[in-house]
Write a protein that binds this ligand. Sequence first.
Ligand SMILES: Nc1nc2c(ncn2[C@@H]2O[C@H](COP(=O)(O)OP(=O)(O)OP(=O)(O)O)[C@@H](O)[C@H]2O)c(=O)[nH]1
Ligand SMILES: [Mg+2]
Length: 327
Amino acid sequence: MAAAQAPDPDHARSREIDRQLAQAFAAAQTECTILLAGTQGAGKSTIMKQMKIIHHGSFTDEQLAEYQQDILGNGIDAAREMLRALEHGGPAEDGRQKLTEVFAAETPSDVTANAIHKLWTDSDVVDWFLRHAPETILTDNASYFLDHILRIAAPEYVPTQDDVLRARFNNAKTAETTFTMTRFTFKVVDIGGQPTESRNITMLIFCAPLVDYKKDRLRESRAYFESLINSPYFRRTTLVLFLNKFDLFRVHLNKAPMDEHFPDYTAGPDSVKAVKYILWQFMRLNHARMAINPHITNAIETDIRNPSIRSVLNVIKETILRGACLL
Ligand SMILES: Nc1nc2c(ncn2[C@@H]2O[C@H](COP(=O)(O)OP(=O)(O)OP(=O)(O)O)[C@@H](O)[C@H]2O)c(=O)[nH]1
Ligand SMILES: [Mg+2]
């Protein structure tokens, strides 16, 4: 039987140094700054909303009520998008004409909502959109707001958490949030599409919308990613890549094959292979050879059985705390 090993004095000393460093670190830096970056519509504000929900609980009724007008605005924008889409050979010319007149005459009202609902549920319109898949023609969650237009236009309407996560707002409401864990305050700042030269950033989360594979916007997203991750300002920053909007991506893949946009892609409509290909497109820009943690995300997911953002955020917090020797 092997003799019990004597404690290694070097190891013990090393642990003690780690402990002292951790204490010094904790005393010196109790605030971690996390930057959220990405091109327009990538999902930064939505991720920030999820962080708020996870750390501060669901929105209060007062907070939800504040979003009422903006969400109705999302419904009206979605209806205008529907009209524009139907202009390209779509059916229901009379219904479209009627809705156009309502828009010209009315501020958003019951009449408007009824006219939108009537056109959106017209059987020819339903068939036409189903043939094309509404998610691929209309932006992001427009079809959700069209489905719910009567509810969100009702005078007594109070937004739900899902409505808030699916809506688009101007950045003023969600540009910064803080939450605490152990001795740390996490300050999350949405820097939008603006490159930053901030120092002492603990983590940079770059958000890339997978659905942009169909547009030049993926190129724009990659260029922004490349400039950030290779910047000397982030040499000591933990880098995270969120490949976001995976739910929409899966729908798009069936209607707009990847190889139509990337001739060298040959793995078909398999969404996992397609994501790996896009991930590779990002990773090959990592000239500075930084460690990058990629995650596939669906930022609107709140279902507890599929806690996409929640589990990713846990990994992120653990990574930060581990970096500070606190775990
Ligand atoms: N279905 C789906 N929609 C998403 C997802 N992430 C974001 N969205 C929606 O995409 C739209 C844009 O998301 P935002 O979070 O406002 O994007 P952003 O990056 O803050 O955009 P800017 O502030 O314009 O730079 C919103 O309607 C979101 O609800 C996702 O993973 N799945
Ligand atoms: Mg935003």
